[in-house]
Design a protein around this ligand. Structure first.
Ligand SMILES: [Fe+2]
Length: 340
């Protein structure tokens, strides 16, 4: 574990029991080689381990995501949230008092902490771990310094490869955004940052996090729409776009700027119809601050400037309503992983 991560909650929030980080996302894809090509091009440190692909950012010890190979469409398997040691039992007790039953560990997960099922069908694990979400607003990269008389823009030949610094958030599909939001509030202690009617909602952690570590968007079923990664400048958002276009990933959306959350963005579409987002300068909710949530009309919540949204941008390509592998398929995948 890296020493850069906080493991103790602050005094001011001692009475609040909530998860502090989206510790990991886990999904299956039909082709791990194709997956590795995409995440390498995106600038992540994608490490193959048998039939498993783990996603890291360079110079950061934390594993943000894991992918396994399974036939069919890309499919969200589970989300893992982390809390401080003091908070695990209170969160667990609160969930019990709500009458929500715990479940067995997901076949691709482990027995740390405890497990529940989100109403939208996917599994959630809650564990004690260090706080991988940020404690401060993202630090911008310093402006590029050049000799007097030289241009500040990169020459294409020497433009650096963009390497995102950390995970910011993930956006999940939900057939009932209001109910899904309430579930995260009641169980994990997340708070609503802002929403747009029943179409989209953004949630932060009470111990300090980006404006959203989880977002929810209306769809016909559960699933994962995108994972978003922090970069250090608007230039890096644009360079990231160019990096993906040059690598042959020509579908995406951006560059633009969101209204709710405020981040500059470019979304690169992955081979399965979902997205990885370069994000710069997202709003931050400090751990000692009660953010007042707003409800904005859909036409003024999504983006303030940017190109037209692709027609299928919010299509849920995880077509099956239950977001979990069938038991026989899960068994096959876990056996393959165990023997790898
Ligand atoms: Fe996002």
């Amino acid at each position: 574990m890296s020493t850069q991560f906080r493991t103790e909650k602050s005094q001011g929030r001692a009475a609040l029991h909530g998860v502090h980080s989206l510790d990991r996302f886990v999904f299956t894809v039909p082709d791990l080689d194709e997956a590795k090509r995409f995440y390498d091009a995106f600038g992540l440190d994608a490490r193959s381990e048998g039939r498993q692909l783990d996603l890291y950012t360079f110079e950061h010890a934390h594993r943000w995501g894991s992918l396994f190979q399974a036939p069919g469409p890309k499919k969200l398997q589970y989300l893992r949230f982390a809390c401080f040691a003091d908070d695990l039992q209170p969160i667990r007790d609160r969930i019990k008092s709500l009458g929500i039953a715990e479940r067995a560990p997901h076949p691709l997960g482990n027995d740390e902490g405890f497990w529940i099922t989100h109403p939208d069908g996917y599994a959630i694990q809650v564990v004690v771990n260090y706080k991988s979400s940020p404690d401060t607003e993202s630090v911008p990269l310093p402006k590029r310094q050049v000799e007097k008389g030289a241009g500040k823009a990169w020459n294409r030949k020497i433009a650096p490869k963009v390497r995102p610094r950390r995970l910011s958030h993930a956006l999940m599909f939900s057939p009932d955004v209001i109910a899904a939001t309430k579930f995260y509030e009641d169980t994990l202690g997340l708070r609503l940052s802002d929403r747009s009617e029943d179409v989209v909602a953004f949630m932060h952690g009470v111990h300090g996090s980006d404006h959203h570590l989880i977002a929810l968007a209306k769809s016909n079923a559960g699933g994962m729409h995108h994972a978003s990664w922090d970069v250090g400048s608007i230039d890096e958002v644009g360079l990231g776009m160019e990096q993906m276009l040059s690598a042959g990933y020509t579908r995406g959306w951006g560059v633009g700027r969101h209204v709710l959350g405020s981040n500059y963005f470019y979304y690169a579409r992955d081979p399965w119809g979902s997205y990885f987002e370069y994000s710069y300068d997202i709003d931050f909710v400090p751990g000692d601050f009660d953010w007042k949530s707003s409800n904005s009309p859909p036409e003024d919540s999504f983006y303030v400037w940017g190109p037209a949204v692709p027609a299928d941008f919010v299509t849920n390509f995880e077509v099956q309503p239950a977001a979990e592998l069938p038991p026989d398929e899960a068994k096959k995948v876990s056996q393959a992983v165990a023997s790898a």
